[in-house]
Design a protein around this ligand. Structure first.
Ligand code: ATP
Ligand code: MG
Length: 556
């Protein structure tokens, strides 16, 4: 998976560190998800960056669950995160860590800070802490408990741990600078009392460390050389450095990069959870979700997601990436790997009058013209077939090159046919059309150099099997919800799922297995849904259409 081209400003920093011998050439990164939701495409960027960087430098990348908030975290999320990182193609070997594994060490670090006179037990309530905090223009006010003696702080902190106090009664705060222009440096809370069950430590602890305190020290304990995080942590960096400097421990370097934003996509776990809880989607793995499991169920390949992450690069400024680029990467990969089959989504019956009524012949069809190794299969053909309703027009404009009365088209891998007449019901709806075929055009080859302007896909009726096909639209009606002053729930596309029932398909499609990716010729890429399919009863999800919006935009 090594990618020699893969380079960015973070790699420039690592190169400098390696040249100066800062870590003796060692490169250690980590991917630190909070197990409070499923991973999404934004996390994929971070995963590719962290694991990809370690691979590039022959280093290591840890998987660390940042599980310091007991009330929101669940094992279900831990399992899904492991599965998704593996699926993306990365491995952390035995280096699976949990911030909660460090609770004892973190407690000792906090005691150390108290002993250094750099932390104190505070009795202000959460509201009071906010009031004392000041604003960007005004300095904060020191807590009345700021000058407690070290002995008293040590004693109170120990009693906090042993469960003597109710929630909210005390906090432990770093003693930094209440007038710092950086609000995060105004004596941040580093421990709070919480009587909550933790998914790993159970009821052992009733005090829990805060993120800023935990993260830098977890990095330090794991000897992370380069701690890569998203831009919103830039203002936390002085605090990150402060803890490591005061405690004189291994100093990891935090480097921030821009998070991924995608058009028509929400990425916040809080919002994704809302979509799941309020039933806007069927679950975290709904094929419309930007979660890794949703993309997987939709038919995305790990290769296409990694390629996308490579192509968007890593920058220091936030930007919006067009969903069309992600789809372009996907289409590019599927074009190479997905075998092609024929299915008709909106069937119109065609009767080929001069073809024998009792005959079925098997015609050779190429599985993937892009992949010579993909071979071929035999597709049944007979007198009665389906074509797409859109491929026929009775009163066609000049530019309509497909089937019209009197015109000739090619049936892929089969024959040239010509429309002779149209059968309608009393209301004038077309029921079926009658055609004739040219037996000399077998295999779809022109018998005499005669040209046709269109090649249609088709499905033979007697051997067809019928399946459900699901089409999806974007979950959002606007490309950038952040710029709208409407509530996010009002921006949800209520019509993002379209189910097509009983679509006729060639028989080979019946045996596809869950997760298999294919192309329906001339229509798009699809995959067999991994949840709702049964043996011989596949349900097809539309993965992506054939039209490349991205390429079109680039050529404009
Ligand atoms: P969310 O805002 O979606 O809830 P988060 O940042 O709280 O995400 P974490 O579980 O803390 O989620 O994220 C794990 C790692 O993934 C962090 O290092 C975070 O910076 C990174 N990450 C999260 N979202 C994105 C994104 N959109 N682009 C790039 N990296 C991201
Ligand atoms: Mg987070």
């Amino acid at each position: 998976m090594e990618n020699k081209e893969f380079t960015n400003f973070i790699h420039d920093i690592i190169d400098e560190d390696n040249e100066s011998g800062k870590h003796g050439g060692r490169v250690q990164t980590r991917f630190p998800p909070e197990p409070n939701g499923y991973l999404h495409i934004g996390h994929a960027k971070s995963i590719c960056l962290n694991f990809g960087t370690a691979i590039k430098y022959g280093g290591k990348c840890n998987l660390r669950f940042d599980d310091t908030n007991p009330s929101k975290e669940e094992d279900e999320y831990v399992r899904s995160i492991r599965e998704d990182v593996h699926w993306l193609g990365f491995d952390w070997a035995e280096r699976e860590f949990y911030a909660s594994d460090y609770f004892e060490e973190l407690y000792e670090f906090a005691v150390e800070l108290i002993k250094l006179g750099k932390a104190y037990v505070c009795e202000l309530s959460a509201t009071e802490i906010r009031e004392f905090h000041g604003t960007l223009k005004e300095p904060g006010k020191p807590s009345p408990w700021r000058e407690r003696s070290i002995e008293e702080n040590l004693e109170l902190f120990e009693r906090m741990r042993s469960g003597e106090f109710e929630e909210g009664k005390y906090t432990l705060r770093a003693k930094i600078d209440m007038s710092s222009p950086n609000m995060h440096m105004r004596d941040p809370v580093i421990y709070r009392i919480m009587y909550a069950h933790h998914h790993r430590t159970g009821n052992k602890w009733c005090i829990y460390p805060m993120y800023d305190f935990t993260h830098c020290l977890s990095d330090s304990l794991e000897r992370i050389t380069h701690s890569l995080c998203t831009l919103e942590f830039e203002v936390h960096r002085p605090l990150y450095d402060w803890f490591l400097d005061e405690l004189e421990v291994f100093h990891s370097r935090q480097i921030e990069f821009a998070r991924l934003n995608l058009t028509y996509t929400v990425m916040s776990k809080r919002k994704l959870l809302m979509l799941v809880k309020e039933g806007y989607v069927s679950g975290w793995d709904d094929p419309r979700m930007p979660t890794i499991c949703g993309l997987r169920r939709r038919g995305y390949t790990p290769e296409s997601i990694r390629e996308f992450c490579d192509r968007i690069g890593v920058a220091k400024r936030d930007s919006m990436v067009d969903l069309a680029l992600l789809e372009h990467c996907l289409r590019d990969h599927l074009n190479k790997i997905a075998p092609r089959y024929m299915a008709v989504l909106n069937p119109l019956k065609v009767i080929i009058d001069n073809y024998p009524a009792d005959k079925t012949e098997y015609l050779e069809a190429i599985n993937n013209p892009e992949d010579p190794d993909a071979g071929s299969r035999m597709v049944p053909f007979s007198r009665e077939i389906y074509i797409e309703r859109e491929d026929f027009m009775e009163d066609a404009p000049k530019k309509f090159y497909r089937l019209t009365p009197g015109s000739e088209v090619r049936l892929r891998y089969a024959y040239f046919i010509q429309c002779e007449n149209v059968v309608k019901d009393a209301e004038g709806n077309i029921l079926e059309i009658h055609c004739t075929y040219d037996p000399a055009s077998s295999g779809g080859n022109s018998p005499d150099g005669r040209k046709v302007k269109a090649t249609l896909h088709w499905v033979s009726i007697p051997t067809a099997f019928k399946a459900e096909v699901r089409h999806f639209d974007n979950l959002l009606t606007v490309s950038d919800p952040a710029t709208e002053d409407k509530d996010f729930l009002e921006l949800i596309n209520k019509d993002s799922l379209h189910i097509l029932e009983n679509c006729p398909m060639e028989p080979a499609l019946k045996d596809l297995k869950a997760g298999e990716r294919i192309q329906f010729e001339r229509i798009g890429y699809y995959c067999v849904d991994s949840k709702d399919s049964a043996p011989e009863k596949p349900v097809f999800n539309r993965t992506v259409g054939l039209k490349d919006e991205w390429a079109r935009m680039q050529n404009r």
